[in-house]
Design a protein around this ligand. Structure first.
Ligand SMILES: [Zn+2]
Length: 454
């Protein structure tokens, strides 16, 4: 399989209307991206498929939506206020800012600098004479920690007593509502609570388009189970997440599990694995599945003084459940789906850019094309009829060949052509994107035809 350059893929995504630079007419705002009509359809399709698989179809699980702004005590209890920070140094010579741990890992990729404390980081940098990647100078400031949470103020006065934070993850919304949902829905262990929503992290080094952004959307599930059964559920969710990615059309050969080494694990986690995708720049993390034990619920019980224990109806013992957390960023998953789909094919006299989206994620399922403008009324009524059920497009300008190419370039699986026989035989020609083969389908059967591929 050809590996395309990331620049080539991003140029196509911008040009064809999937993704635009944020605030572009004002010169943009660094690291922000806006989703165009095709981008938002693709994103919604992925979110809907996740919701269906992890919430709707799973009898154990329920959904929720918590507020982005939460009581700051939540972030005290979760540890984000005290420890959610990056070790930063400024270069005194060229005034650029760098992450000490990243500089060390770039110098020697075998080192896990995330586990080093300030003193160890500082010593390593001076011992190995690591220099500023921008100017080569060794004149760094001391390391300071910079919290990754975005701060803002609630109410009219901007003082520290009104400081609140944009949530850096959606997970805490499920933890603080654990008791509410368990009680109101009479849920018994094991059960899960999931949500899809925005989170914000003031990353010092965002990059690779929508792979790492400061504003992003998460799809997270907190699955509460009895201690001792946690590793079983951990394995079940590992498989479930992998299968979900395969079902989005990502090939097995471009996916792998990467277990976290013991020195990489958070102090509370007994097992964490990442599902990685082979991006054009190399293997990178998409989905994290972690066994978080009872760390989060215990922390909230301690800080809020509200009991997070549940009563086991069989043994009558009380315990705080363990948590399995599958957590994925929507934009990352979407980027993997787009990188996977992108292709430039050499045809006999020609080449075509084609996005090989599976029909279930494709931004538009079909494009309706009248062979001549005279057939416009008939074609348009087929189009509006299909819109009742599917995202579709209508295209009547240019040659049929050009219109096919436009549909291929955005990954539309079917082109439906209305021709001069349509009136008499009540049929249209359907062209398949990947094989470019055509077949005649009755107008009344088009709905079920498209549905059969979803
Ligand atoms: Zn410098």
């Amino acid at each position: 399989m050809t590996q395309f350059k990331f620049d080539e893929i991003t140029a196509h995504l911008k040009q064809s209307g999937f993704i635009f630079q944020g605030s572009e007419i004002y010169g943009g705002l660094a690291n922000t991206w806006d989703f165009g009509p095709l981008g938002i359809n693709l994103k919604n399709n992925i979110k809907n498929l996740w919701w269906k698989e992890f919430i709707q179809k799973d009898p154990n699980n329920v959904g929720m939506q918590s507020a982005i702004l939460m009581n700051p005590l939540v972030w005290k209890a979760s540890g984000h206020l005290d420890t959610f920070s990056d070790p930063l140094m400024d270069c005194r010579n060229c005034k650029t800012r760098h992450r000490a741990d990243k500089l060390i890992e770039e110098f020697d990729p075998s080192i896990n600098a995330g586990a080093m404390d300030t003193k160890a980081l500082q010593e390593y940098i001076s011992e190995h004479k690591i220099s500023c990647p921008n100017c080569g100078s060794h004149n760094f400031t001391d390391i300071r920690y910079f919290n990754l949470m975005f701060k803002t103020f609630q109410g009219v006065t901007e003082d520290s007593s009104n400081t609140i934070y944009l949530r850096p993850e959606t997970a805490q919304g499920m933890f603080v509502n654990f008791k509410n949902i368990q009680r109101a829905y009479r849920k018994k262990i094991p059960f899960g609570i999931g949500q899809i929503g925005k989170a914000f992290r003031n990353e010092i080094t965002p990059g690779n388009m929508i792979f790492r952004t400061r504003e992003f959307e998460q799809m997270e599930l907190q699955f509460f189970c009895k201690p001792g059964t946690d590793l079983e559920w951990y394995e079940i969710y590992k498989e479930k997440c992998m299968n979900f990615m395969l079902n989005l059309g990502i090939k097995q050969e471009n996916l792998r599990f990467r277990d976290h080494d013991p020195d990489e694990l958070s102090h509370y986690s007994v097992a964490t694995v990442d599902i990685e995708y082979k991006f054009p720049w190399g293997w990178d993390e998409i989905w994290g599945i972690a066994d978080r034990t009872d760390f989060d619920l215990t922390a909230h019980q301690t800080h809020s003084k509200v009991s997070m224990e549940i009563l086991d109806p069989e043994t009558n013992e009380k315990y705080i459940p363990y948590v399995i957390e599958p957590s994925v960023g929507v934009e990352r998953l979407m980027l993997a789906v787009m990188c996977e789909a992108y292709d430039v094919e050499q045809l006999e006299n020609d080449s075509r850019t084609v996005m090989h989206f599976k029909a279930n994620v494709a931004s538009t399922k079909a494009t309706i094309l009248p062979l001549s403008k005279k057939l416009g009324d008939q074609a348009f009524s087929i189009y509006t009829d299909l819109l009742e059920e599917f995202e579709c497009d209508y295209d009547e300008s240019g040659s049929i060949g050009k219109r096919y190419r436009r549909a291929d370039a955005v990954g539309t699986p079917y082109c439906i052509t209305v021709d001069f026989d349509t009136e008499s035989d009540q049929s249209v020609t359907v062209r398949h994107r990947d094989t470019m083969q055509q077949e005649r389908v009755k107008i009344e059967d088009i709905h079920s035809f498209i549905k059969s591929y979803l």
